[in-house]
Design a protein around this ligand. Sequence first.
Ligand SMILES: Nc1ncnc2c1ncn2[C@@H]1O[C@H](COP(=O)(O)OP(=O)(O)OP(=O)(O)O)[C@@H](O)[C@H]1O
Ligand SMILES: Nc1nc2c(ncn2[C@@H]2O[C@H](COP(=O)(O)O)[C@@H](O)[C@H]2O)c(=O)[nH]1
Length: 208
Amino acid sequence: MELPGKLFVVAAPSGAGKSTLVKALLQHEPHLAVSVSHTTRAPRGQERDGCEYHFVSVDTFQQMVAAGQFFEHAHVHGNWYGTSRSSVERLLADGKDVVLEIDWQGALQIRELFPAAMLVFILPPSWDELAQRLRGRGEDLPEVIAQRLANARHEVAQAERFDFVIINGSLDRALADLRAVVREQPDALRFAAQRDNHPDVFAALDLA
Ligand SMILES: Nc1ncnc2c1ncn2[C@@H]1O[C@H](COP(=O)(O)OP(=O)(O)OP(=O)(O)O)[C@@H](O)[C@H]1O
Ligand SMILES: Nc1nc2c(ncn2[C@@H]2O[C@H](COP(=O)(O)O)[C@@H](O)[C@H]2O)c(=O)[nH]1
């Protein structure tokens, strides 16, 4: 399927910093807009319906799936998440290129539908730092954090399937890398190149 604009997918384990990075990216790249997903999880912290997510019941979500209203959807950390067609199409109609902040399963579904989409995987600099970020965010219960950290092992192992890999150690560096991706697709950010340049990080994450 072809779209009248570009599609960028940003995936990462929970807490690696993709929302932080995408928010900063949008401030620097006003031609981009982020699609607001639907989820069955409860709002956390200051989240408001229609801003961070469209919060819906499992019944509503399943009806939307049955009606073919999602480009992709997945079960992540015990809840359903999906990218609605209408959310993406509305942004494209406004002349925006679109960023999807979704998990790796959804990212691979998007690649099937839209082969031109660019898939970016964000890695944390270490497991310890990932745990600290999740705890430091202070918005999830300890058992939720434990589940997300456990799931992160399998998620990180999917990085090789993505077009680009960015290590979110320094936020400034990671933002510069993400801006480079949306502008010119640099080979320096391919999985193999990043593994060669950052063997310590890849070894620490068991990706060597
Ligand atoms: N480069 C960084 N250095 C230090 N802290 C960071 C960095 N990037 C993000 N953080 C912090 O880490 C925490 C998690 O970041 P964020 O919420 O953006 O993660 P996420 O990947 O979007 O998580 P989720 O998938 O659960 O929504 C936040 O408190 C954020 O401020
Ligand atoms: N496949 C999809 N995954 C999504 C979507 N929106 C968010 N997500 C991913 O879910 C987890 C958890 O998010 P959280 O807000 O509960 O911390 C994270 O990896 C998100 O990227 C979506 O529409 N589709």
